[in-house]
Design a protein around this ligand. Structure first.
Ligand SMILES: C[S@@+](CC[C@H](N)C(=O)[O-])C[C@H]1O[C@@H](n2cnc3c(N)ncnc32)[C@H](O)[C@@H]1O
Length: 213
């Protein structure tokens, strides 16, 4: 599947050098990682795909704290190089969220944190998550879901101006997107992040790929 206009990989390649800074992680990413780990524990997942894994910090915690086999996938060589240097996943694969290089039904959980807004075709990405999940598997997607659609529109316009178009769906928009790809939405939980929670709440949305009899 050809990727339409979207974020350039060089942007993430450069970003990968600063990404693991403790303050950046503490304020931005770690609370979402904690929420995903709780969700995976509840689900009892053992074969996990971390899509847009970045430098692999979440992947490493999934392996260490849950004991699951974890594959990290990202389209940025810079991010994957950082993850590989620290051996943060059982396997690291370069690939796009819109055309995952994995066989159907390979995983019992697909997670993605602070990346979904970059995917140029979010419905296509969710279709791919559904495909690579085994029936009964779960998708866990965490990102900022603005409370009002107009806030997402303004942020989208601003991101286009700086040449990195991104889309932040509302909480209801996320629900609709997951349902559109065939998932049953199990929960949507607020991720508490200081100081962003009130204005720009992060939500962890969990969907189940139903088992059809
Ligand atoms: C903000 S980082 C988040 C990294 C990681 N998930 C975390 O929580 O630490 C966003 C990541 O998304 C990746 N990314 C963006 N668009 C992508 C796409 N279409 N396919 C694969 N990876 C993508 C970037 O390369 C980058 O590593």
């Amino acid at each position: 599947m050809a990727e339409r206009r979207g974020p350039d990989r060089w942007f993430f390649d450069v970003w990968s050098r600063f990404y693991d800074a403790p303050l950046v992680q503490r304020l931005t990413y770690r609370p979402e990682h904690d929420a995903v780990l709780r969700g995976l524990r509840r689900a009892g997942s053992t074969r996990v795909l971390d899509v847009a894994c970045g430098t692999g910090l979440l992947a490493e915690r999934i392996r260490r704290e849950i004991g699951a086999d974890v594959v990290g996938c990202d389209f940025s060589r810079g991010m994957l190089a950082q993850a590989a240097r620290r051996r943060r996943a059982d396997a690291l694969v370069q690939g796009s969220a819109l055309a995952l290089p994995f066989a159907s039904g390979s995983f019992d959980a697909v997670v993605t944190t602070e990346a979904f807004h970059w995917f140029p075709d979010q419905a296509a990405a969710l279709d791919e998550f559904y495909r690579v999940l085994a029936p009964g598997g779960r998708v866990l997607v965490s990102l900022v879901n603005p409370p009002l659609a107009v806030m997402g529109d303004v942020a989208h316009r601003a991101s286009r101006l700086i040449g990195e178009p991104a889309r932040w769906p509302t909480r209801e928009g996320m629900r609709d997107l997951l349902q559109g790809s065939g998932f049953h939405v199990e929960s949507q939980r607020l991720v508490f992040r200081v100081p962003a929670t009130l204005i720009l709440p992060s939500i962890l949305t969990t969907g189940l790929r139903p088992v059809r009899i």
